[in-house]
Design a protein around this ligand. Structure first.
Ligand SMILES: Cc1cc2nc3c(=O)[nH]c(=O)nc-3n(C[C@H](O)[C@H](O)[C@H](O)COP(=O)(O)OP(=O)(O)OC[C@H]3O[C@@H](n4cnc5c(N)ncnc54)[C@H](O)[C@@H]3O)c2cc1C
Length: 571
């Protein structure tokens, strides 16, 4: 059944193919359409509802200067400081310089940024030197952003939106991207897509970890697609752990990272089992002090983990987050409707602390691109969290959504230009390897891919988590290799039209390749920097002020170092 579906693929053609419809992909599609291109915007989930963007509840950083005077260069300086010497300065400058324009455009599109006395309200987040983070009240930033972009898409007649479409591989001809091969989930039909330019906007990889803030489809597809197409990845070892993910008591229907805005607005205290504040004890690790004891994410993750290891953790294995010093009326004034949703979960912040612990949250690494957001494969672009380099070794709060808007718009504009200047490169031969892979899918005696995903998540959490050692990383690399052998090179199928077994196998193929792309450079980096912390190599090593580049050589991961890119991109 499945074999015949794949033997006659549906074929579609467009100027620009955007893979992934989160904030970056939607912005890319809009901007490519504004540039005169026909666009297909494809997502494995529902358009604008599938990835991290719609889940984000908090803030978007840009030097709007609405709360206090600001300039993008201040934001740039803070971004570079957080990146610990590894930022691609061209990309970081784009993020900070274009950010205000994108936030004002979203404002004009009626996203509903919170206001105070007529101006856009901006909150201060750790690592930013002044209030710079806009938001939509009450913890509605991501849903509001997604809805606004979906509304704009509704008005764009040259954008064709296709949901439930998993891109399986990028099609490459003579070294250039010319489209993609996909699987339509409900029908099991293979789809080939011819495009003059392709944009990867597939978000991050935190689904590789046991405890994460991700939606279920964030296993790093885009990184694997890029690698197999011949592109390079950068800074893959830098996975950001969100320090105060919700741990206990049970919380249903709410974002596990919702406690950050509570901290910004109300000043929650992190306490150990002795009910003592401990952030100050860790402010100087990594040779850096912010001069404030609200630690950046990497340092707070370190602090909580070490308190737990020292036997000073909360009962569920994290830290307490307490708002008991804040008057009840103030909590309600700040978070009105959210307080009721917490009450429905049996949580009363004025009376009792909650328990929090680090969870995998964001990926600083990704596809290596130039200042036009193009990878080393001509015609293949990337944007949003799929891109590596802008944030170096650690990302500031609020920079990720700005990055999605800015890089999305830039990639869309440049891809439209690229498409206008070149002839279609499509050849059915370019889709053949992926179609052959799909056609070979069959029922066979093999481990259940969904169970293998759970094993992989445990390996990544235990051995490639926030604190790494040589022994743990070697063990992880061996385990990943074994899991690759276990699942084999031929897809497993349930041979039904809607085939979750095949989808799990395809996901796992990507996840294992991406897990290797994280573990291998993590093993090589014998220092502690930003989100990469080695218990056996404490502190920054000057000689490691380099980016590591991952690519595929004869199907195997290969690694080399480059000096960080400095200098500002041409406007
Ligand atoms: C819970 C949570 C809260 C956050 N809060 C904030 C915040 O307050 N501020 C901030 O700056 N950042 C925040 N972040 C990070 C930020 O939301 C993300 O970095 C950003 O939204 C990423 O946008 P994106 O468009 O690159 O990817 P996403 O929004 O993740 O979209 C990627 C899309 O690609 C699709 N896709 C993936 N693979 C394929 C494939 N093979 N074929 C087709 N489609 C595919 C997915 O279905 C998804 O829709 C948060 C993240 C999470 C998870």
């Amino acid at each position: 059944m499945i074999a015949s579906e794949h033997s006659t693929p549906t074929h579609l053609e467009t100027d620009v193919l955007v893979i992934g419809a989160g904030g970056a992909g939607m912005y890319a599609a809009l901007e490519a359409a504004r540039g005169g291109a026909s666009v297909i915007l494809a997502d494995r989930s529902l358009i604008g509802r599938g990835g991290a963007t719609v889940m984000a509840q908090m803030t978007v950083a840009a030097a709007l200067g609405e709360q206090t005077p600001d300039h993008w260069e201040h934001h740039f300086a803070d971004t570079l400081a957080a990146g610990r010497g590894l930022c691609d300065e061209r990309l970081a400058a784009l993020l900070c310089e274009d950010g205000p324009q994108r936030l004002r455009e979203m404002d004009a599109w009626k996203v509903g940024w919170a206001r105070e006395d007529g101006h856009i309200k901006q909150a201060q987040a750790p690592g930013h030197d002044r209030p710079r983070c806009a938001y939509v009240d009450f913890l509605s930033t991501g849903p509001a952003v997604s809805k606004t972009l979906r509304t704009q898409l509704n008005n764009a007649s040259t954008i064709r939106r296709i949901g439930d479409l998993v891109i399986v591989d990028i099609a490459v001809r003579d070294g250039e991207a010319c489209g993609a091969t996909a699987l339509h989930l409900p029908t099991g039909r293979a789809v080939t897509l011819a495009a003059k330019a392709v944009i990867i906007a597939t978000g991050g990889l935190t689904g590789l970890y046991r405890r994460n803030s991700a939606s279920s489809n964030m296993g790093g597809d885009g990184y694997a697609l890029a690698l197999r197409a011949g592109a390079e990845l950068i800074d893959m070892e830098f996975v950001q752990f969100f320090p105060i993910g919700h741990l206990a008591p049970r919380l249903v229907g709410m974002d596990p990272i919702m406690w950050d805005p509570f901290r910004y607005k109300l000043g929650g205290k992190l306490l150990n089992s002795e009910m003592r504040e401990f952030e100050e004890d860790y402010a100087t690790r990594d040779s850096r002090s912010d001069g404030t004891y609200v630690l950046t994410r990497d340092l707070a993750t370190y602090a909580i983990t070490k308190e737990v290891e020292a036997g000073r953790g909360s009962p569920a294995g994290g830290a307490y987050l307490s708002f008991q010093h804040v008057p009840e009326a103030e909590i309600r004034r700040a978070f009105g409707p959210v307080v009721d949703r917490l009450a429905a979960n049996g949580i009363d912040l004025a009376k009792r602390p909650v328990e929090v612990a680090p969870i995998a949250h964001y990926h600083m690494g990704g596809v290596r691109v130039d200042e036009t957001l193009q990878s080393c494969v001509p015609g293949l672009y990337a944007c949003g969290e799929a891109v590596g380099g802008a944030n170096g070794a650690n990302r500031l709060s609020g920079n990720a959504i700005t990055e999605a808007f800015v890089f999305g718009a830039r990639a869309g504009r440049n891809a439209a230009r690229c498409a206008a200047q070149k002839k279609a490169m499509w050849s059915p031969e370019a889709a053949r390897p992926a179609l052959d892979l799909l056609r070979s899918a069959a029922k066979r005696d093999a481990p259940n891919p969904a169970a293998v995903v759970v094993k992989l998540q445990a390996v990544m959490a235990d051995d490639v988590g926030p604190f790494r050692t040589d022994a743990k990383l070697r063990s992880a690399i061996a385990a990943i290799e074994q899991l690759k052998t276990d699942i084999g090179d031929t897809p497993i199928s349930s041979e039904a039209a809607f085939d979750p077994v095949l989808v799990d196998w395809l996901d796992l193929r990507n996840m294992l390749q991406v897990a290797q792309s994280v573990a291998v450079p993590a093993l090589a980096r014998t220092e502690s920097r930003g989100a990469h912390q080695r218990d056996d190599h404490l502190g920054l090593e000057e000689s490691w002020c380099v980016n590591q580049i991952v690519d595929l050589s004869d199907g195997a991961i290969s690694l080399h170092k480059v000096a960080p890119t400095t200098g500002k991109a041409a406007a």
